[in-house]
Design a protein around this ligand. Sequence first.
Ligand code: BES
Ligand code: ZN
Length: 457
Amino acid sequence: MSRKILTFVLAAGLVVSSVPLSATADNHTPNENADHAFDNKVIKKIDADRMYNHIALLSENPREAGTQGEYEAVQYIKNEFESYGYDTELQPFTFQEWDGGTSALSFNQQSFSGDPHTFNGSVNASVQAPLEYAGLGSSEEVGSNVDGKIALIERGSYTFYDKVQNVMDKGAVGVIMFNGENQSGNHFGYTYDGQDIPAVAITREAGLKLVERLKTEQVTTTLTVKNAGTIDKTSYNVIATKEPHKKKDNGQIVMIGSHHDSVAGGPGANDDASGVSAVLELAKIMAKTPTDTELRFMTFGAEEKGLVGSYHYANSLSQEEVDRTVAQFQMDMVGSRDAGELIMFTPDGEKNLVTDLGAAAGARVAEVVEYGQLGRSDHVPFFQRGIPAALFIHAPLEPWYHSPQDTLDKISKEKLKETTEIVGAAVYQIARPNTPALENAEVAPGPVHYEFDDRPL
Ligand code: BES
Ligand code: ZN
């Protein structure tokens, strides 16, 4: 952008020495002092240490939706919002999840020392029968000799559905499947509607031993799968509302979101305790700042289960509330030391009010933020209801994404601070009480030029 201005001025044959290189964006008043004065009211108060401390506490335990870990995070977030003086709502909702129940295996009365893994499906049964090896479980391989028996099958070549169906068609009462060539572990397998026989997965090593054993002896097998099936679980959204200044209320709503749940077993320091810390920090510093816009600070549950919490919330909004909502800012993974630069993603890859404000705030705080196309987070349900929404995230991603290594030590206070400053400055640009006169105000920042970035994740 600086280059563009420069070239233009040169072509016009003017003296350029007084054009500062920092006078960046097109149409953007090159008055940095005024711009900073515009933002300072909020962004000067942002404290990265406080944010880091939230992440430290939240990432002590996994926060998988529907677990005690999530519930504790929810209580922590609610208490924080309330301590800043906000009315805070917990919005519970249910989602369905498969639960493996318990399974057990024994061979000739001796309990299996390995750990059988229940196939995803819905079963509650115990069977005892001889074990019968049925190869890969193709229809050609499976004969009537599996009738009344528990079929031992090797994984591979055919679908789980076909394998289970082929042995059931020939009268098998249970399935033990061992892993395929070059595949480790025993976490695999699905049964489908109507395939309600007990089925478990074991390692390749354990399976090959059984194949050997069956060559010399009959192996009477007891296979038990108890209470495997889909169960209802409860997760929560946490919503803190800041009312607009009574005399200046313009009727508009701005939403600032993140998700507090993590993947199973993951500390989720960056995904997305970082976003929660940013939402909490913005809520804290805005608590006593008058606005002409209603602000809703929120953290969603069950994002990792398919954006369940944000769909629940967005679909619970009345059309009237949707019409009044002018922007939704989503912060997800905003603090990784090992990720790339900040980018704003919209589900359709088009600019909107949120990206316009984010790009301009970026130019004031650090540098212009580019935009790209991506769903995969809680901005999607808002976008689908017609609300301008964008995801603020760093790309390319860090290698720790969704792993147990997504821990506090990988969090950069600089990244946290910069992202929160940019989003805070963008939010404050629409929420500060001097709109609609804002565009005419002396210090009001103008739009900037920013580009589509097809950056890899
Ligand atoms: N923070 C991620 C979203 C993400 C991941 C954005 C990678 C950009 C790059 C989010 O928590 C997540 O993992 N989302 C799920 C999608 C959801 C529908 C289950 C995902 O991307 O797998
Ligand atoms: Zn996430």
